[in-house]
Design a binder for this molecule. Structure first.
Ligand SMILES: [Fe+2]
Length: 274
């Protein structure tokens, strides 16, 4: 069995920042077919209580929980010596089913700290017809009462996580999501579990010397947040992960915020004081 602490981070600054901004990251087709089939058979045979059974199998730990592509991301986001999942609920859907209500999972908190991540694993092909989870990028920063958000229908910018068997996606726990509308007949399994941090955040992923987190032309992804707030929140999370909260506060309090203003002492020629 591999050890989590032996792995290396695989994300660079841009990818860490994208995760902070979007609140999720998809890794398609990373688990071998043989393991996907074995997992599905195991679920069909044993049903509930998978944390007492499947979670203890070396073949599952090595190929799913410690999958090299997955833990490279986890190591980047949660630092060295992160903890492995201790629970393994299966979100088994007997399709067809109507769309679920938008929600965030119980106990979700909003803020820049990233002390754990929530992970979803599809052991089978999960096309649109089988109701893959729909996520709302950027919504991990957006507070709404659960009793209100459940009334929303389609939201512009949401993404369906339809993916081939063996796909795993990693999310900020507080992201808004729902099981998609399904039209096919059959079972959709989806395992869901969490990793968590034990080390203080520090910028020890793959560094990009020229990395610039400031908004670029590509930053205008459809966002549920308004007026550059998505950039502000993503930057705050990124700096928290770097262990540089002071750096973020200095940036916001001085020359780079609000966006679009000139750096003090470098006012444009047509600037007038009133
Ligand atoms: Fe949920």
């Amino acid at each position: 069995m591999k050890k989590a602490h032996e792995c290396q981070p695989t994300l660079n600054d841009s990818q860490v920042f994208s995760f902070c901004r979007d609140g999720y990251l998809m890794l398609e087709d990373v688990v071998p077919d043989e393991i996907n089939q074995r997992t599905t058979q195991f679920i069909d045979q044993y049903g509930k209580g998978l944390h007492r059974t499947l979670l203890k199998k070396d073949w599952f730990i090595d190929n799913v929980l410690l999958n090299s592509q997955v833990i490279g991301v986890i190591r980047s986001l949660l630092g060295a010596n992160f903890r492995l999942p201790v629970k393994l609920p299966n979100h088994r859907a007997n399709c067809p089913l109507p769309v679920q209500a938008w929600h965030r999972d119980g106990g979700a908190r909003y803020g820049c700290e990233l002390n754990h991540v929530q992970v979803f694993y599809y052991p089978q092909d999960t096309p649109v017809e089988l109701g893959p989870t729909e996520v709302l990028p950027g919504s991990h920063f957006l507070f709404s009462l659960g009793s209100w958000m459940g009334h929303y229908g389609s939201i512009r910018g949401s993404v369906l996580t339809s993916a081939p068997a063996g796909s795993i996606y990693i999310t900020v726990y507080s992201i808004w999501h729902r099981r998609g509308f399904s039209t096919a007949t059959g079972i959709r399994n989806m395992l869901k579990y969490k990793y968590w941090r034990t080390s203080p955040p520090t910028r020890d992923w793959i560094l990009e010397p020229d990395f610039d987190h400031r908004p670029s032309g590509q930053f205008d992804i459809p966002s549920v947040q308004q007026q550059h707030r998505n950039w502000y929140d993503a930057a705050e999370m990124y700096y928290w992960l770097c262990g540089g909260q002071e750096e973020f506060e200095a940036m916001v309090g001085s020359k780079e915020w609000p966006p679009g203003y000139a750096v003090p002492g470098q006012m444009p020629a047509n600037h007038h004081n009133f």
